[in-house]
Write a protein that binds this ligand. Structure first.
Ligand SMILES: [Zn+2]
Length: 366
């Protein structure tokens, strides 16, 4: 085995990731997934010297054939056609722009490159800093600012390699990754674990009773936290659900849908976490990769729409992933948390565990 320093991280980006922009003013949801969030976060990370500590790589462009690993030909064609026209609606909160098709192909290429470099053994972890995000895109429908499901395509791509039989996808974006969940819902070899904000008054997708179907039962794990959940609830869910779930599944590779819109300053999400939680995710994934003797982890940017909060959030993740101490950053301000919220989340976490752990036990004995 090649001896790779545990803290070596590839950072994959591309200047053309700024090409796609939806034609909406604030406060439309579509206006927040914009080039500015990308450019400001990159500038922040550069200025703080974070990127000098990484291996910087450029995202290559994916081929249509790669997209077809997951999506229907109709979806691929519609994204290309409306990009050529330069405008048009592809799905709910998913609109075309002249730069969309090229930008989306680069985002998929970046995610695939992430898996390739980790498998090559040259780095242990990769952070794919590209846009647009992907986790809401289902097999045949773009939605929620997402067109091609970057993480799902990279997962299918990497599983063509004989060294990778089991992949876990950890999704901590503020929203439930319904696309990724749908794509792997029956697949026993892909474990999907999603932390998200859940509206218990109106209900919707992402409930903990969605556990997978057929052979995939038990591999779909939803952690639907209540609105305004604080750092403490995330930390509890990491320890009580994420780490035991990874230990039970034993993936050879961990994919991360790294969305930062659960940040308290985010204009889209309604959670109450700061960069300390993003350090926790980095630290946890690093420790899990080590203890499971996995090949590594590939992080792919999803949401995160406050241009000032995105940089520090990614910085904290990278520090945790590299085994560096938790940085003291300006967004880490003390906020009062409601004990009722903590209590509700503790109960939800109990329910999640009651629902999914019987499947893990079955897997062990079979
Ligand atoms: Zn989101």
């Amino acid at each position: 085995m090649i001896d790779v320093p545990e803290n070596k991280i590839a950072f994959i980006s591309h200047p053309k990731a700024s090409m796609h922009q939806m034609p909406f003013p604030k406060p439309h949801l579509e206006s927040f997934e914009n080039p500015l969030r990308y450019q400001m976060a990159e500038r922040y990370l550069e200025k703080k010297g974070i990127l000098n500590q990484t291996v910087r790589l450029r995202a290559p462009r994916a081929n249509t054939k790669d997209i077809l690993l997951v999506h229907s030909p109709y979806l691929v064609d519609s994204v290309e056609i409306l990009s050529n026209i330069g405008t048009g609606q592809l799905g709910e909160s998913a609109y075309a722009s002249p730069g969309l098709f090229q930008t989306a192909l680069l985002a998929v290429g970046g995610a695939m490159k992430g898996t390739d470099v980790v498998l090559s053994g040259n780095v242990k972890h990769a952070f794919v800093f590209m846009r647009p995000p992907g986790h809401h895109a289902t097999t045949s429908d773009p939605a929620g600012l997402c067109y091609f499901n970057n993480v799902a395509i990279a997962t299918k791509h990497v599983m063509q390699n004989e060294r990778v039989h089991r992949v876990s996808i950890v999704d901590f974006d503020d929203h439930h990754g319904n696309g990724t969940s749908e794509i792997f819902y029956t697949n026993p070899n892909v474990q999907y674990i999603s932390f998200h904000e859940y509206d218990y008054e109106n209900f919707g997708l992402g409930h903990y009773t969605e556990v997978g179907y057929g052979e995939g039962k038990g591999t779909n794990i939803n952690i639907p936290l209540v609105e305004t959940s604080p750092d403490t609830s995330y930390k509890t869910a990491i320890k009580r659900v994420l780490e035991p779930a990874l230990n039970a599944f034993k993936p050879q590779l961990i994919m991360v849908s790294a969305g930062y819109d659960a940040h308290y300053a985010d204009p889209v999400g309604n959670m109450d976490v700061d960069s300390r939680t993003y350090w926790e995710f980095g630290d946890s994934i690093r420790r899990m990769v080590q203890s499971l003797n996995a090949l590594g982890s590939v992080w792919v940017l999803e949401g995160g729409y406050n241009p000032f909060a995105l940089g520090p959030s990614i910085e904290a993740s990278l520090d945790g992933l590299a085994g560096r101490q938790r940085p003291a950053l300006e967004d880490q301000v003390e906020r009062e948390s409601n004990p009722l919220i903590l209590e509700s989340n503790d109960e939800i976490i109990d329910k999640v565990l009651e629902t999914v752990t019987p499947y893990w036990a079955k897997k062990k004995t079979s």
